[in-house]
Design a protein around this ligand. Sequence first.
Ligand SMILES: Cc1cc2nc3c(=O)[nH]c(=O)nc-3n(C[C@H](O)[C@H](O)[C@H](O)COP(=O)(O)OP(=O)(O)OC[C@H]3O[C@@H](n4cnc5c(N)ncnc54)[C@H](O)[C@@H]3O)c2cc1C
Length: 399
Amino acid sequence: MGHHVVILGGSYGGIAAMRRLSRHPEIQVTLIDQHPYHYLQTEGYELISSNTSFDETIVSLPALCANYENVTFKHRTVQAIDPKQKVILLTDGEESYDVLIIAVGSVTKRFDCDENVYHYSSGAKSLRGAVKLQQFFQKELYKRLESEKEANENFNIIIGGAGLSGVEIAAGMQHFFNRYYRSNALSCATLHIHLIASRDTVLNGMHPTIIKTASKRLKKLRVILHTQCRIAALAAHEAILTNDTHIPFDFMIFAGGTTSAPCLENLEVEKNKKGQIIVDAYLRCKTYSHIYVIGDSAALLDKKSKALPPTAQTAIQSGEVAASNIIRSLKHKTLKKADIKIKGLAIALGGKYAAIDLGKIRFSGYTAYLIKKLIERLYKWPLWWLVSKGFRKIEACTI
Ligand SMILES: Cc1cc2nc3c(=O)[nH]c(=O)nc-3n(C[C@H](O)[C@H](O)[C@H](O)COP(=O)(O)OP(=O)(O)OC[C@H]3O[C@@H](n4cnc5c(N)ncnc54)[C@H](O)[C@@H]3O)c2cc1C
């Protein structure tokens, strides 16, 4: 096995793998991402609900990579992978590799609707989608503040999907609006957030205590929950649900299904229904042992072969396992089987309120919120520190 490792995708999984490989100067690492930043999706709910600005939710990839002598960052979009030739096809040119790590995540499924209607929708998985939604939200609030005519018009947002991200966004936006309404009531009619759950509860599959806490909180905030239905069709400013309910809407957020990143579509390897690549116990693609797949791009399993949900923590753990196995195979050591676990879940529920599930202990409220914030900062702050160090290095080289 050669020493050039290419990592596709510089997010939770790709960065974890890159940082581990960077400790081995004999390995040359190239990190490729279509953006010059790592978007902190786990803080997306704060951005969407106007509680933070976009620069608080990104980490610069060129500055981060500048800290490591053996790491090169390339700001390029991957078009396709040719595993037989061991070549990546980029927008302009190619990149060859000895070992490949695929960490391109997943994308929100596009809802089948007219282009004009699609304009009033966005997904929560990209910075672009989150910023589009935040700007729309802010613009609508401002419009109502300035205009006599608009002041009494209601404002409807539909969120399709009541999993972790849908619930966090609904609670965050509604909380922000409730606070705004209390100080500007005369200039704004009501915001209605409709959360659409295909099952009979929100957060399907999570512990009943967490489901109960989240449902109670959403009700208190006045989020309108529609259960056991899906969005059947979207027309101009109206959504039709499968139970034939018609809801007027100003904006729609897809927080439901995801599918594989477009650059993996033509890669002929075994995939599951969600388009995730099936991996072996060492996180290698079954067809090509020189390709590791991590994070949301992989069909990750726990020790009991149960499918793991796509999360940042599983992406990070899988990135570390893949990097360790690459190092082990270079040293001709036996590979280590992945033992990826969900260590706990922290769910933001609007304002200074969250719910935490640590497996044996579950709690909610302000303490849970503080812990959620601490988890976010313990991830982000060391990266930001590295970014400022890397930036100084880049600056010193250019003077
Ligand atoms: C609103 C929201 C809240 C969430 N909250 C939590 C939470 O509280 N806890 C938790 O653990 N998880 C949470 N998640 C899930 C978590 O964010 C994802 O599971 C995680 O981001 C997956 O990481 P990843 O590295 O696999 O891929 P991603 O983070 O999706 O990153 C993929 C990277 O690949 C790059 N890429 C894609 N295609 C190409 C291409 N063609 N060329 C070049 N680069 C490409 C992208 O630019 C991106 O940088 C949340 C998700 C959302 C949307």
